[in-house]
Design a protein around this ligand. Structure first.
Ligand code: FAD
Ligand code: FES
Ligand code: FES
Length: 1314
């Protein structure tokens, strides 16, 4: 090609590098709306970027973006979310994905190796994104001019390491091990602080520890900006095809001419973009005809600093703005200006997460605020030329929109003779509280200016403010938002009132200065103390105390997770990573938005069929029975037949040529409903009771009553009658949403890859639906990106829908359900209403408990009939004397609820603790005393649990209870907390200790073990690995089991064992994975197989040993092949009646701090002791305990899953559904795993219920707040200490319980006492 032609081609194309490989895209290759994620996943082999949310909220998709500046000869590296970044904006850029950081072919990066060794990857779906985040932090730290770190470490700091992953979500691990893996690179890390890992043993010296870590060499980074790209760099590429344009104007003039041209081209749609992160909020689905990228216009990217201030172009990214504002070496600015800049920067650091700030621009944010009423932080903080900023959001470090933000400026003067500061000027702005735009509270400003601050004046100002900050009608938590405004103003102004003892005592505790002269430091002090910024790092040193066993190696050893390294590099293959077969089509569900309606027709909004549309599959296309799931528990249809039964019900399935087109088409579907002559839907359990709408629970699964309730009540000194509790739902939030790929095969058969906890049920359902023998259906499941119960029954319909479409169209059909649809259809945990009556003695001993429980099962049975048994099993953790109940499973017109991790059990844990708290508050005794008095004796345990109680020695809870009190210094800390609460007005602490006893049932499970000719071993099990480490334990047991025949020991066999995907035609009767016991039963089935193989090989081994004296494993197997020993066997483990049910024990202590002005709860510390019996792998169990506990924290403290009045889920993405993040887990998290010597006990679910300790501790802190509030009240409020704290105890709830008007009450009281 000649040079001119080549140059011309380059102009019409864009060039980028991905993991060092050159990609040239011309206009026919890419539509400008294509995101980097779509491009990577569909056009390159790099699948490590995962789609977790598609809206910038989870970090599963992030990549490192490197840009070369030829003028400065410098490379800038930063993370960006590939789900929002448009590929056309990446001309001349280099992209590094997790595969590029390290991989199995070229070698893993120490980050990936350390993730493995710190046991920081479970399902592995979040892991590539996590690794890229740390990689970027390392790369950037190394560029800094900080002093040389210790050998083997990087220039990264612990705080930076924590912040690097603060925006990444992980639903499995609970974050602690991830944080440790990251911190292991930090120069300032204390090796003692790094948790349990496979590298070193307890007690080793720091140097030894260091030497065992996978070596990190600062000077040999994998990251090099490709030379070829440096040569090809040009300003920006314009792409144009017939239907669309991508412009990258290099000047304002060129931009104007494009805009003018576009105006003339009537009817074309156009979008200006910088980072395109706004698309994450507005969830834009449509394509535009023209895109204009502003990043190449120098005027829009400038930063000018002079004495008058800092000027920034609109395209400057938020990260760049923060960097500029934080630069300290600018002498032009006064100290005040620098302080202000730093405050703006600090506030901006809480906007979104690093990978959004790195591409999102300041101008884009302001445009969203101005044009689309986005609840912007920047718009508020820039309004008053600020001095101090405030923000109340569910996550302290960001990645959560604020409930309200504020920025205040005041200029004050102090006069020795006056009683307070005089406000000379004052600007108060508030935003993000569901007002159209941020506002200035000018009436309050005018009221304050020129006056000397006094308590009375502050009170008046606050009253005025209440009439000003009024969220618009219908907004949730609106009273809370107004009270936040009051709290922030109080926090800002109270240090200036000259009565420090009374006013600011709570805010600036411990500060006894008489005159508040130092305005700056005083407010900073307040903020630090209130917001906890004085904590140097997010997490403090946590301890993991593990008693492992060496009796049956490698069983019992903390072997690292199978496949963890390929999970970290992103090479592990999840269902959606399987390359699309030729001719593949994609599907998306059309769901009902009505709770109960006749479906008349489905059409599309557009006149012509949607782009890429292929077919609309509905009930009419099902060749066999209309089944979405069949199991022993009941059936549900695949598609609504005549009636849609709930908002979210599957109505049809749109098939298109890409997933994006299928989603777009489903979005364009218009369903015509008819509700004539239909009864109103049943949307609550109360309505279900009224209309007698129940699921029948067969007697054999219904739990038994315990004791005589009337007798117990007669023995009671006191009674509480008919108290009520309500509990809502929780969404699984697996990082990988539901997905399947169905491929028609020869002879009327079908292969379905499904992310599924019960492939067997999927196989049987698909067979019935297609009218084929079960033997024609092969369902394959290799790994799940998290399941948590949501991929058992709920995943079956996804696999079945793909199979039906594939069968009809005779083409492969796949689906990766988008997060919104997934959240709307999922159902989640069972909501319930509980009414209880309880009798108790003056001592706190409970004598009788009766419960009426109404469980909302949703429209179809799923597994709801087992929930009553699960609730009662977990409720029995206390000795209630007698326990009677009436439990009804209500059939409603809501999505079917399924068995979410700890189903029924976590709700029961709450119910039990709520009752104990109620009793304690009625008696005015310490709640921990009531808990201790009502713990089971071995006798009462037997009375409640019958044979499942086991032998007396197996009942380890009493010992755990006492040991935990000692190891957590429970009683001493309780006293310290009392002291803390006495001396702090606006922060209160609480501590709580709770037990768990949980009954589990072991189910029959199959396995197959085969030894191949080279001595390698293949294992298949019924259970599915969804991150819980099942394969790892299975591998250990196989190595141990076959090691018994292996000459020279067992451990070397570990590397020879390969556990392979579950395949329903290869291993039958797989059942389902759940209930915590699948790992142990799968292991037992494997052990049975190994026993058979050992027996078959024994005679040969003895013969060969006699003949040749020594024998290698490989030689033994080769000989066995030659004489045709059968080296493959399978088994079905069936637990005997004595081991089918048993109990699990543990306890937790949590301490929390509540901010009374915002309702923010900080979990200061959690301590857990959990009895794992003889753990098969303590590292895996530790991960399960921590992960489950953090998921429990999500249920109790954060995760609201609301619906509209039709029952349609409204929290349908990362913007509104907040799972715990690194900044919301316990700051100190100590876990001890007991080896009580009995068999392996499950760790997946019981520890989840222990998270109720956090809720109870929060309640304890709130109780203190209410007592204080009571002391400020003129009239005595009898309800001040008797209250219920809702689940989840989100910030608005906590604040409400602490008193929305606590500031006003306090000021009134102060005025009264003066
Ligand atoms: C997960 C997530 C969390 C977030 N959390 C917060 C938060 O807590 N607080 C907060 O304040 N913000 C938050 N944001 C918003 C974020 O700050 C904005 O998305 C970002 O700043 C927008 O910049 P952009 O360059 O990506 O804009 P784009 O997405 O490219 O553009 C946004 C809009 O502005 C228009 N536009 C952009 N630049 C210009 C211009 N110069 N002239 C005219 N029109 C223009 C575009 O046409 C588009 O309509 C969050 C965003 C995400 C994705
Ligand atoms: S998928 Fe991109 S941030 Fe979640
Ligand atoms: S390991 Fe993080 S989401 Fe599963």
């Amino acid at each position: 090609m000649g040079e001119v032609a080549a140059a011309e081609e380059r102009k019409q194309s864009l060039v980028l590098a991905i993991n060092g490989e050159r990609f040239q895209l011309s206009e026919s290759d890419v539509h400008p709306s294509i995101t980097l994620l779509e491009f990577l996943r569909s056009r390159t082999p790099f699948k490590s970027v995962k789609l977790g949310c598609g809206e910038g909220g989870c970090g599963a998709c992030i990549v490192l973006l490197s840009k070369y500046d030829p003028v400065l000869d410098q490379v800038k590296d930063s993370t960006v979310s590939s789900c929002l970044t448009l590929v056309c904006s990446l001309n001349g850029c280099s992209i590094t994905t997790a595969e590029g950081v390290g991989n199995s072919k070229d070698g893993f990066h120490p980050i990936q190796e350390r993730f493995v060794g710190f046991h920081a990857s479970q399902c592995g779906f979040c892991t590539p994104g996590m690794c890229v985040s740390v990689f970027s932090a390392l790369v950037n730290a190394e560029k800094s001019n900080r002093p040389e770190p210790r050998p083997g470490f990087s220039k990264l700091t612990v705080t930076e390491a924590e912040k690097a992953i603060a925006g990444n979500l992980c639903r499995c691990t609970g974050y602690r091990p991830i944080a440790d893996a990251c911190k292991s690179f930090a120069a300032d890390v204390d090796m003692e602080d790094l948790g349990y890992n496979s590298f070193w043993k307890k007690g080793e010296r720091d140097e030894e520890k260091m030497s065992r870590l996978p070596a990190y060499n600062r000077h040999s980074s994998n990251l090099q900006f490709p030379e070829f790209l440096k040569k090809e760099i040009k300003a920006g590429a314009d792409l144009a095809s017939k239907g669309y344009h991508w412009y990258s104007p290099s000047s304002i003039e060129k931009l104007q001419s494009i805009l003018q041209k576009n105006e003339a081209d009537d009817g074309t749609s156009m979008k200006i973009v910088v980072g395109n992160t706004g698309a994450g909020y507005y969830k834009e689905l449509e394509h535009y005809d023209t895109y204009i990228d502003l990043k190449h216009i120098p005027e829009l990217s400038i930063v000018v600093k002079d004495q008058t201030g800092i000027e920034m172009g609109a395209a400057v990214t938020i990260s760049k703005a923060i960097e500029v504002l934080k630069q300290e070496n600018v002498n032009d600015f006064s100290l005040e200006s620098k302080t202000v800049f730093k405050k703006i920067a600090d506030h901006m650091e809480k906007i979104a997460s690093g990978f959004v700030r790195n591409s999102g621009s300041v101008g884009g944010n302001l445009m969203m605020a101005q044009r689309k009423q986005f609840p912007s932080d920047i718009a508020t903080i820039l309004l008053p030329l600020l001095f101090e900023t405030y923000r109340a959001a569910p996550r302290p470090l960001g990645n959560a929109l604020p409930y309200l933000n504020a920025a205040f400026l005041a200029e004050v003067s102090f006069n020795r003779n006056s009683t307070g500061a005089r406000l000379n000027t004052c600007r108060l702005s508030f935003g993000a509280y569901a007002s159209k735009h941020p506002i200035r509270a000018r009436n309050v400003e005018e009221f304050l200016i020129g006056k000397v601050l006094s308590v009375g004046l502050l009170y008046e100002a606050i009253k005025l403010l209440e009439t000003t900050v009024i969220p618009k009608d219908g907004i949730s938590h609106s009273a809370y938002k107004s009270s936040l405004a009051v709290g922030f103003l109080f926090e800002f102004l109270s240090p200036l009132v000259n009565t420090p003892d009374q006013i600011s005592g709570g805010l600036c505790s411990g500060d006894n200065s008489s005159m508040l002269r130092d305005y700056n430091s005083k407010i900073k002090d307040n903020n630090d103390k209130l917001n906890g910024t004085k904590f140097p790092t997010l997490l403090s040193s946590s301890k993991q105390n593990i008693q492992s066993s060496n009796d049956y190696p490698p069983v019992g050893q903390p072997v690292t997770k199978v496949g963890a390294s390929i999970q970290a590099s992103g090479e592990a293959v999840f269902v959606d990573d399987i390359p699309a077969p030729g001719n593949c089509l994609y599907g998306a569900f059309v769901y009902s938005t009505e709770p109960l309606a006749r479906v008349k027709s489905i059409t599309f909004k557009s006149r012509s069929p949607p782009v890429g549309f292929n077919a609309l599959i509905s009930v009419k296309d099902i060749p066999g029975k209309n089944l979405g799931c069949t199991s022993v528990f009941g059936e549900e249809p695949l598609y609504a037949d005549e009636f849609a039964q709930f908002a979210g019900d599957r109505i049809a399935f749109v098939v298109a040529d890409t997933q994006k087109h299928a989603d777009l088409a489903a979005n364009l579907a218009v369903v015509d409903y008819d509700k004539e002559n239909l009864n109103p839907p049943i949307l609550s359990v109360e309505e279900a009771v009224e209309r007698g709408s129940f699921l029948q629970v067969p007697p054999f699964v219904f739990p038994e009553q315990v004791g005589d309730f009337s007798k117990g009540m007669a023995e009671a000194d006191r009674q509480i009658l008919s108290a009520e509790i309500k509990l809502g739902s929780q969404y699984y939030f697996y990082m990988e949403t539901q997905t399947a790929l169905a491929m028609p095969d020869e002879d009327n058969s079908m292969v379905v890859y499904s992310s599924n906890q019960c492939p067997q049920i999927a196989q049987e359902t698909i067979a019935q639906c297609l009218g084929l023998p079960v033997s024609n259906i092969r369902v394959i499941t290799r790994r799940l990106g998290g399941g948590f119960g949501g991929k058992s029954i709920r995943a079956v319909s996804v696999a079945t829908a793909c199979a039906v479409a594939a069968y009809k169209l005779q083409r492969p059909v796949r689906m990766y359900v988008n997060r919104k649809t997934d959240m709307i259809m999922a159902g989640g945990r069972h909501p319930m209403k509980i009414t209880y009556s309880v009798g108790f003695k003056e001592s706190g001993k409970i004598t009788a408990l009766k419960l009426d429980i109404l469980i909302d099962s949703g429209a179809f049975p799923d597994v709801s009939i087992v929930i009553p048994g699960a609730i009662v099993g977990s409720l029995k953790k206390y000795d209630w004397g007698a326990l009677n109940f009436d439990i009804k499973v209500c059939k409603t017109n809501r999505p079917s609820r399924s068995a979410m991790r700890g189903p029924g059990e976590v709700q029961a844990a709450f119910i039990a603790e709520a009752i104990i708290e109620h009793v304690a508050s009625t008696l005015s005794v310490e709640v921990d005393t009531v808990r201790s008095i009502n713990l089971h004796t071995y006798n009462s345990l037997g009375f409640f649990f019958k044979s499942a109680a086991g032998e007396p020695l197996e009942y380890t809870l009493p010992a755990i209870w006492d040991q935990l009190a000692t190891s957590s210094s429970f009683h001493q800390r309780a006293e310290m907390i009392q002291e803390f609460n006495r001396s702090n007005k606006w922060r209160k602490r609480g501590i709580s200790r709770v037990p768990v006893i949980q009954e589990v049932t072991v189910r029959p499970t199959p396995a197959k073990v085969s030894i191949l000719s080279d001595g390698s071993i293949v294992v298949e099990v019924g259970g599915v690995d969804m991150g819980q480490g099942l394969w790892t334990k299975v591998k250990q047991v196989a190595a141990y089991g076959l090691g018994l025949i292996k000459p020279g020991g067992t451990e070397e066999l570990l590397e020879k064992v390969r556990v392979i995907q579950s395949d329903t035609l290869s291993l039958i009767q797989g059942g389902f994975t759940g209930g915590s016991t699948t790992s142990e039963s799968s292991c037992e089935a494997v052990r049975l197989c190994c026993n058979v193989l050992v027996e078959r090989l024994t005679a040969l081994k003895e013969k060969l040993m006699e003949e040749i004296g020594t024998l290698e494993w490989e030689a033994l197997i080769l000989q066995a092949y030659q004489i045709s020993v059968n080296l493959s066997t399978n088994s079905l483990f069936i637990p005997d009646s004595t081991s089918v049910q048993y109990l699990n024990y543990g306890a937790a202590v949590s301490e929390v701090e509540v901010n009374l002005l915002t309702g923010e709860t900080t979990i200061l510390r959690s301590d857990i002791i959990y009895d794992c019996g003889q753990s098969l792998n303590p590292a895996v169990d530790l991960g399960q305990i921590e992960g489950a506990y953090v998921q429990g924290i999500g249920f109790f403290m954060f995760e609201e899953y609301p619906t509209n009045s039709n029952g349609l889920v409204t929290a349908n993405g990362t913007w509104s559904y907040k799972i715990p993040t690194l900044d919301t887990i316990p700051r100190q998290f100590n876990v001890e795993i007991l080896n009580s010597g009995h068999h392996q006990k499950p760790s997946g679910e019981p520890p989840l219920t222990l998270a109720v300790s956090v809720h109870c501790a929060t309640r304890a802190a709130i109780l203190e707040a209410r007592r204080q509030l009571g002391s400020w009240n003129s009239e005595d409020d009898p309800n001040s200490t008797a209250f219920q704290l809702e689940v989840p105890a989100v910030m608005p709830v906590v604040k409400e319980r602490c008193g929305l008007d606590s500031v006003e009450k306090f000021l009134q009281w102060t005025m009264g006492t003066k």
